[in-house]
Design a protein around this ligand. Structure first.
Ligand SMILES: *Cc1c(COP(=O)(O)O)cnc(C)c1O
Length: 384
């Protein structure tokens, strides 16, 4: 089966992990700080905390902003549930934004309208979690302008977007946001098996993120609320979690990060081939302007004349593991129980109805891609 996405592991990655296994520390050694430094160098952010998943990263990012039960957090409904769950972990209320059918990211016009309405009702959100869907950045400059004047903090859910750029800066550099959360799950741009990171340029947020991700415990005498009892001493300052990344994972991360640019180059090449090979089929393709800037986590098409479920099934029968991203978050029973209804976010719902995620990953060969295109062409031109 050709899957929709997959990690790429080489001997350098294997050696990096084995090397840590033979050393003194499996966790809390040198590899995690090294990986955090490498992520700062890559993204341009000043601070980075590596964590055990992007989901944990989103949770501690919300905690660092002080999101609580009195607050509202907005996010795109066209995302993985973690983009919204982070606010629920903090007892905050969640509300969703619809997408722009062309970019498939948060619709700027619906954001403008929603802010206006919320202002009138005195119900502005404390924070917005913006999702760079499929690896193409949201229009962060505009979102930043809209949020700044209304005191809305911005968390970038960049689980799809490590390696992407926006206006000549790397996603993760937090030029237009308070924090960015990255994921290193195997289907994403690069992997640490499970893993994530939070980047920021704000020293106070960086300190809080690190604290919440490590039990709320500090060994820094400057942060302690009384004199240290001795060299063994530490204090717990708040209720934190054990969201640490291990040194095994960080070593894999360092090795993968050194390969990331070649990963993105390969994904971009495959995306550009899809644009050429699919252009005459009855499909709506992604925005071609994104070709040089997106990191192409997903290559998503929308069927315009065919039944999606049927095409999905037929592709699977031919060993092509296409997928669908995303079931709108507000469709899930958990969110329906909170009062959300089908029909509330029509663009995301329409996208979900017709969307198909084609295979795109570093080790997908040109021949495999040709096979995908061949079968898809057969099915969509009714010779199949
Ligand atoms: C994968 C993903 C996450 C969660 O990442 P984990 O590292 O698996 O916790 C969050 N948001 C989006 C948009 C994702 O695609």
């Amino acid at each position: 089966m050709i899957s929709y996405s997959k990690h790429s592991i080489n001997q350098q990655d294997i050696d990096a992990v084995v090397n840590v296994l033979e050393r003194e520390f499996l966790t809390q050694g040198e590899q995690v700080p090294k990986f955090e430094k490498a992520l700062c160098d890559y993204t341009g952010a000043t601070f980075c905390t590596a964590v055990n998943s992007a989901t944990s990263g989103l949770h501690v990012a919300c905690l660092a902003l002080g999101v609580g039960s009195e607050d509202i957090v907005w996010t795109s409904t066209n995302s993985f549930a973690a983009s919204a769950n982070c606010a629920r972990y903090c007892q905050a209320q969640v509300d969703f934004l619809d997408i722009d059918p062309v970019t498939r990211n948060i619709s700027i016009s619906s954001l403008v309208d929603k802010i206006e309405k919320a202002k009138q009702q005195n119900k502005l959100p404390r924070a917005i979690v913006v999702v760079h869907f499929s690896g193409a950045s949201c229009d962060m400059e505009i979102i930043h302008q809209l949020c700044r004047v209304n005191n809305i903090s911005i968390i970038e859910d960049a689980a799809h977007a490590l390696g992407a750029t926006y206006k000549d800066s790397k996603v993760g550099g937090c030029k237009y946001s308070d924090m960015t959360v990255l994921s290193f799950h195997p289907v994403k741009s690069m992997t640490t098996a499970e893993g994530g990171a939070v980047t920021t340029n704000d020293p106070s947020l960086a300190q809080k993120v690190a604290l919440y991700a490590k039990h709320g415990i500090t060994r820094d005498p400057k942060l302690m609320q009384s004199e240290s009892d001795g060299p063994w001493f530490y204090q717990q300052l708040c209720l934190g979690y054990n969201y640490r990344m291990s040194d095994l994972q960080a070593a894999l991360g360092i090795s993968q990060l050194s390969r990331l640019d070649s990963f993105i180059e390969r994904r971009r090449y495959l995306a550009s081939r899809y644009f050429t090979l699919l252009k005459n089929l009855p499909l709506k393709l992604p925005k071609i302007d994104d070709l040089p800037t997106s990191c192409w986590h997903l290559y998503m098409v929308e069927l315009t004349h065919h039944n999606r479920s049927e095409i999905y099934r037929k592709l699977h029968q031919r060993n092509i593991g296409v997928n669908v991203h995303y079931i709108p978050i507000h469709f899930h029973p958990y969110y329906q129980q909170l009062g959300f209804k089908k029909g509330q976010f029509p663009n995301a719902e329409e996208f979900y109805h017709n969307a198909l995620t084609l295979p795109i990953y570093v080790d997908l060969t040109d021949e495999q891609q040709d096979y995908v295109v061949h079968i898809l062409t057969e099915l969509l031109t009714d010779h199949g």
